[in-house]
Design a protein around this ligand. Sequence first.
Ligand SMILES: [Zn+2]
Ligand SMILES: [Zn+2]
Length: 159
Amino acid sequence: MGYENATICINGHVMSASDSNVQPFCSKCGKPTISECTHCGSPLHGMYEIPGVVCLGAKYHKDLYCYNCGNPYPWTESIINSAVEILSLDEELSKENIDILKNAIPDLLVDTPQTPVATARYKRFLDKTQNFIKNSLYQLFVDGLSDTVKKSLFPQDPQ
Ligand SMILES: [Zn+2]
Ligand SMILES: [Zn+2]
């Protein structure tokens, strides 16, 4: 019983949820892959293996943060950095407000006691901002949000 290894590219494409170092580069985006945390070297968790139980079709969710050192994995950092760039396109938004929204991102992606606060902050921002910014944030976040946060922030899929 325990976790398999995983090979994931720095953009977050999962190359394998059961083996480490299956290929040096991502076949989807061409970026380097990793099988260990870039901060502490702990192996990335793949599928959770229970002996005697075959979970056909079980969906693998990659971790956002390292279970050993708590640092965000490269794909999580890249979501946060991209969000800041999208937020900067709103010319009405002050640097201070960008920072507030930036700091709220981790609580949007993972359920924490601060998730309702983060959701409220984004809801207020999304109500005011332009559609193209809303759509870009939707595309960036959609895979990472829980259903509750998604319904609250994007009651209808923009697109
Ligand atoms: Zn990739
Ligand atoms: Zn680590």
